[in-house]
Design a protein around this ligand. Sequence first.
Ligand code: NAD
Length: 554
Amino acid sequence: MEPITPNKIMRYRGNELNTKGWQQEAALRMLMNNLDEEVAEKPDELVVYGGIGKAARNWECFDAIVRSLKELENDETLLIQSGKPVVVFKTHADAPRVLLANSNIVPAYANWETFHELDKKGLMMYGQMTAGSWIYIGSQGIVQGTYETFAELAKQHYGGSLKGTITVTAGLGGMGGAQPLAVTMNSGVCIAIEVDESRIDRRIETGYTDVKAHTLNEAMKLARNARNEGKALSIGLLGNAAELIPEMIGNGFIPDVLTDQTSAHDPLNGYIPSGMSLEEAATLRKSNPEEYVKRAKASMARHVEGMLEMMEKGAVTFDYGNNIRQVAKDEGVQNAFDFPGFVPAYIRPQFCEGKGPFRWAALSGDPDDIYKTDEAILREFSDNEHLCNWIRMAQEKIQFQGLPSRICWLGYGERARFGKILNDMVASGELKAPIVIGRDHLDSGSVASPNRETEAMKDGSDVVADWPILNAMINAVGGATWVSVHHGGGVGMGYSLHAGMVIVADGTKEAEARLERVLTTDPGMGVVRHVDAGYETAINKAHETGMKIPMLEK
Ligand code: NAD
């Protein structure tokens, strides 16, 4: 693999353009930002996060994308097919500047075997969710979602706080790394098992994890002491979850809360089988991928059996969106789905109101621009105490990675309102450069994923995948700056289809109109998707806001 050179991954900052317009500039800066060494997990391999989630197919494609974006006119659209730029069409000024389709495979062939064959032939890349659609902002992008999940769990089970409880989880990667901080933000104690020591060190350096433990005994002692004193503490425990969960049970150590965010969605590249060092795993992965996958799946089955046993012994247990239950079930663990996914358990009511992981980044690179937008939230949404608390806490506890950014769960109506505020702030010169606005694909109306976002839908429509396609089409028509349609994000090949959306606030009147349209249709799809499935909260939201839904009774 070619090494990164400063010429490839630039840190474009300030308000000078390197392209022919701010929309192209935003795409260029966000592509670079996805691969910034502060942001990406393995930038030298173009890997951003989530197993092998990549930003471009290979370095040749990366260079061609950069070149194309620099040359792209304000009435042209660049098309990306699985990380490779394939054509530039003349379109019009309000059309997206980039359209991306990543990792899509005809349904009957949609599995990892086909994907790996295509990947080997150089025909495809894995785009995950925000990796291939250039709106990943590091662990800071997921931390509020993780915080909201644990906050809701605390509300349902522990009177609103995790104080005096211990949570056990695994995986301190790009997304999983947010778990320890989200638990301590909820005043709890967290043991996060991670097999790769460098990942633990990275989370400690960036303030997401407090301390490291090399042995289970050390971790249990630290956790119990902190819990007894009512202190918040997060511990990165070095080891393999498939080994340590059963060991914990053997020691009579049953946590209050239990989950997992290893990259179980990808048995070949994301999960380390038990009994192997990282080096041994890397060697086997290359020399005998079939044997590797066999061992990884068997370990996941043991891992899930351990989770089920802990659940029976009282741990509040949930799946955290990595499809580990499905793998265990395929391996013969019949009751693998006895614990719920995090969306039906804790998050769906927010999705019903079009709420989800909305985010924005300051293209200037100046943290002050984000602090000014924080002030705007505190001023404009002052009646929303939960939101204001979040912003204050984020300012205090979350370090920026790459371009300064903020994550904040806003819903239908709120996103369009805030989009206009941001555009006005750019227009007035209050901010030093335009703002780029986007979201995770893990959002209310942009994903079909029956083991995750659309698990246990009220009307049984879990596997219906028309919704993300409609989401992408309406956002493209409305004038989002770039729109993407992906397959296999979060839960792996065959289990999800999802769409991304990013839009630039450059202070112009044209941008204002596009923002109004897209930041309405995008969360609006979330409301409609849940109205259609029969959720009362969504139906009320639709009535309150006067949405035109043809078959909804007045
Ligand atoms: P990542 O690949 O960056 O990190 C995964 C981590 O798990 C790595 O650090 C790896 O060393 C560790 N690991 C692998 N096998 C292990 C084992 N047996 N024991 C202990 N540690 C092990 O991935 P990520 O971006 O952190 O995402 C993690 C998973 O969560 C993925 O499956 C992803 O799709 C899913 N995900 C969930 C959400 C959500 O909100 N629920 C959001 C994004 C991603």
